[in-house]
Design a protein. Structure first.
Length: 210
């Protein structure tokens, strides 16, 4: 997994591993000439040549997918063959953008017996927007608010002009986790969630965890 650092017209592209390490200049080949700086490449670099080259197929993702790639890299299995399969099957477009580390979050959680009926309820509720896979596990939904409302944007919603992700609900196999930077809003959403999912979730605790 590499990030494109720069391009050298007529010669090659300079790339560096997302996991760290020195940059390497690889020779251009068909399909790689128009890459953009910051773009993410999944490639095999061959060094047993006069100038390093890319062997075989190269998968490409836009620069804005880097945080999602890094989140996936942090959860790879230790077995190299298994890790390679995870990387090759990873589609960042279907993954929720990780919440920025600097945001102080408040959290509520509930127990569930089965995630399928909960996902069905959420998919039919117009107040939730599907964000895709949540890493390291689960599925993510966004609760939106108008940008003018002054809430802190968790940063996972880009399709609605003027709207921000005010809270995120992560649906796991046995639990729901609701997070937001706004404690009052979190309580309001929790009330809606419990009312819209009768019999599916066990009421959350009274205390909020920051």
């Amino acid at each position: 997994m590499y990030r494109v650092c720069s391009t050298v017209p007529g010669l090659g592209i300079e790339i560096e591993q997302l996991a760290g390490g020195p940059a390497v200049l690889v020779a251009c080949k068909d399909g790689l000439e128009p890459v953009q700086i910051g773009e993410i490449l999944v490639v095999r670099v061959v060094h047993a040549t006069t100038m390093p080259t890319v062997w075989g197929f190269a998968a490409r993702s836009p620069a804005e997918s880097e945080r999602r790639w890094n989140a996936r890299l942090a959860t790879l299995p230790t077995d190299r063959a298994e890790a390679a399969l995870v990387v090759l099957s990873f589609h960042p477009d279907n993954v929720a953008e990780p919440i920025r580390d600097e945001i102080e979050l408040h959290t509520l959680s509930w127990s569930i017996d089965d995630d399928r009926p909960v996902l069905e309820v959420l998919s039919q509720d117009d107040l939730w927007e599907d964000l895709g896979e949540s890493m390291p596990s689960g599925w993510a939904y966004a609760w939106l608010a108008e940008a003018s409302a002054g809430v802190i944007d968790l940063g996972g919603w880009n399709e609605h002009v003027g709207g921000v992700e005010a809270a995120r609900l992560i649906v796991g196999d046995r639990a729901l986790t609701l997070v937001s930077a706004d404690r009052v809003l979190l309580r309001e959403i929790a009330t809606h969630l419990e009312a819209s999912s009768p019999g599916l979730i066990v009421a959350g605790p009274d205390a909020l965890a920051a």
